[in-house]
Design a protein around this ligand. Sequence first.
Ligand code: GDP
Length: 437
Amino acid sequence: MVMDKLGSSLQDALKKLVGAGRIDERTVTEVVKDIQRALLQADVNVKLVMQMSSHIKERALKEEVPPGMNPREHVIKIVYHELISIVGRSADIPLKPQTIMMIGLQGSGKTTTTSKLSRYFQRKGMKPAVVCADTFRPGAYQQLKTLCDKLNVPFYGEEDNPDAVGIVERGLAELEKNDVLIVDTAGRHSLEADLIDEMEQIHKVAQPDYTLLVLDGAIGQQASEQARAFNDSVGISGVVISKLDGTAKGGGALSAVSETNSAIAFIGVGETPDDLEKFEPDRFISRLLGMGDIKSLIEKAEETLSEEDIDMEAMMRGRFTLKDMYSQLEAMNKMGPMKQIMQMLPLGGMGAKLSDDAYKVTEDKMKGYRVLMDSMTDEELLNPRLIGSARIRRISLGSGSSPDAVRDLLKYHKMMQNAMKGLRGGKFNMQKMMKKM
Ligand code: GDP
């Protein structure tokens, strides 16, 4: 997954919020701290992180919770919107006949992105073509030609001719029957005078509708410096951030670009021609926060489970009895494989607390538990701690099972009880909350 480290840290922070007893200043402060840590680790600028933190805190504690929402949902919504605002605007590159000029430093991923972009337009039913004006990097011509040939995208280049401007002129004339013309230009190791000079000359000849700057996501915060410098020299209409699949600094690159007021058009998320995504801040953040998982859980829950089936309040009562446990397991089993369900629950990291064994509650095992529980007294069912070794023997004899089976049930109960501890102290309806999200 793209930026999974940042995503999982942010998701953990939100889980804490959902699992917390009360949404008070302490909880908000703690969650905001987690979010800060996650963003700083992704190389987001400290000042930006601090600004955003104080926005979240202020809004979470001062804004009135809108009708139909509970405080938890409200804070999650605030976090979601604040994150969208730091990754900024997206640049829309329309699906119409146009010329696009690609610029960027050497190694930024410009050539790869050029082929991905042609694939993007191809998939949308357009007729893209590519001109290779990278006469600086040895091998650029062959690399781009091979990629275009594979995609069946018309290609123009002149191997060994250093006259980039002439190539662009001839290339655009030759490929004019195609509707989207993409010009790949040369980079350098830094933004030096002869690169600027060359870009300006090509710009004059190509007269592109859009000039896209390709930035390597791994440069993190330095993205702002580069975006500014390129914008000052030739002007950019949008940015493509490449290599977001392989870097922990993606958050830094995204927010730094947004800080320069440049818009992000696409993100590169892998090495193949299909690994390019149109950048849409709201979808991007909702994926990062795992909203999709939560939504699919809601759908699943709605299909198979009525609201009464899982009695969250019973789960969060101080006492979690064997009877409670059994009815929860029954309800959970209706929903599908335990492991899948538990991992999707945003409940205070509960999924993480249960060991693998906890998921292996098959129907057979449930039947075994039922038989054992039938041999227990009501008092024992309400308070399993009363069950000592003499009673274990009695129960096993009475139910025709082994003493180990009784111990196994008690152990399982204890494990579930511990996991439930994370949920205690708060009263909220998980299902309702998830429906609203
Ligand atoms: P150029 O010098 O700017 O034309 O850079 P290239 O297009 O040759 O890319 C440099 C390296 O980055 C190549 O090895 C590419 O495969 C790799 N690359 C480019 N974009 C991505 C991306 O989105 N993800 C990953 N993982 N690698 C990428």
